[in-house]
Design a protein around this ligand. Structure first.
Ligand code: GRE
Length: 336
């Protein structure tokens, strides 16, 4: 399929080459290749997009990124630098690239102001945040965005009418030591990423964020971070047990998935799982994505191009849903 849109696609600042290589050493079989791909925006990436029918990419800063910076001033300075850099890169190829804002999430007002700057001045298409914000040197203190103090931020996201991508971050501090250190191969895509994001998103649901901000649109990757598989069970327990016991959220989990939540195919290229998500979540709420350079264009596009699906749904997931959600203008093969 030509003109696909991909939206969980990472880049790094070239000046952090060492850090990028270190992260790559944990997750990439060929760290040098990975670091090269991560630092590139306009060359290797565009060639791959052309080869594999990706018309448009929404760029975001790689994990753990600014969410790993515990000092609020340092985090804000880095977020600003990243956004200015991304804006410069996107401006050079606006028919191929858009960007998500990178935000320091130490302070709701400040995060809201930086998002506003990025959307209004740079035309960014939303924000991508890597799960909780680390807020102390030992990795134990972390900020969730599901409490009432974040209402001012979520109101701004609603007002700007842009989606918010909740992306994973690695476990740190005592949590890492107690739960993961003796099981370190489960950190990342095999388990910890999905656990982190699903906890955070269900925290938003149960703490009433979507009831107070009904227009909010949250995107999660990896075909829903295990949540679609559990929808029946979550719904059963919310409605039949937790609500009678006092859970206060107004709608059902299925309502929030229908009205506020999107899932992408990033890093999860399985037709049986997609078919299952088509039944549980529906074609109107699924978006194609790759997760480059942690995953390859070959795997993602080779799989999606071969998926057997009616033409309308295939285009919705590959392109049309993203066009609508992000109000995209023309891009390469946008009408193909
Ligand atoms: C990511 O998307 O940020 C990521 C990692 C490490 C492994 C896989 C992955 O940071 O998708």
């Amino acid at each position: 399929m030509l003109g696909k849109v991909a939206l969980e696609e990472a880049f790094a600042l070239p000046r952090f080459a060492e850090k990028t290589r270190w992260w790559a050493s944990l997750f990439a079989v060929n760290p040098d290749k990975h670091a090269r791909e991560m630092n590139d925006i306009s060359n290797i990436r565009v060639q791959k997009m052309d080869q594999h029918g990706v018309g448009y990419t929404i760029l975001s800063y790689t994990a753990p990124g600014v969410q790993d910076i515990w000092d609020p001033a340092d985090a804000q300075t880095l977020a600003t630098e990243i956004n200015d850099y991304a804006a410069f890169k996107v401006k050079a190829q606006p028919d191929r690239f858009g960007a998500f804002a990178t935000l320091s999430m130490h302070n709701p007002q400040q995060a809201a102001a930086e998002l506003r700057r990025c959307v209004k001045s740079y035309g960014f298409l939303g924000a991508l945040v890597n799960d909780t914000q680390r807020a102390g040197p030992d990795g134990d203190v972390m900020i969730f965005y599901d409490g009432p103090e974040w209402d001012i931020f979520w109101s701004t996201v609603e007002e700007l009418d842009v989606p918010f991508y909740l992306h994973p971050r690695n476990p740190t501090g005592t949590m890492y030591e107690k739960l993961w250190a003796d099981r370190k191969w489960l950190v990342g895509p095999p388990l910890s990423f999905a656990q982190g994001v699903s906890l955070h998103l269900l925290g938003m649901v149960t703490n009433g964020v979507f009831d107070r901000h009904p227009k909010l649109q949250i995107v999660i990757g990896h075909l829903g971070e295990h949540l679609p598989f559990d929808l029946w069970r979550i719904n059963h327990w919310f409605e039949d047990v937790k609500k009678p016991l006092g859970l206060g959220c107004k709608k059902t989990i299925r309502d929030y998935f229908a009205e506020n939540i999107w899932i992408t195919t990033s890093g999860h290229f399985s037709s049986p799982t997609l078919n299952y998500c088509l039944q549980e979540v529906g074609a109107d709420r699924i978006l194609f994505s790759i997760d480059y350079p942690f995953e390859s264009f070959e795997d993602a596009c080779g799989w999606y191009d071969g998926v057997v699906l009616n033409e309308v749904d295939k285009k919705k997931i590959g392109r049309d849903n993203a066009k609508k959600l992000f109000k995209l203008g023309r891009f390469k093969d946008s009408e193909a």
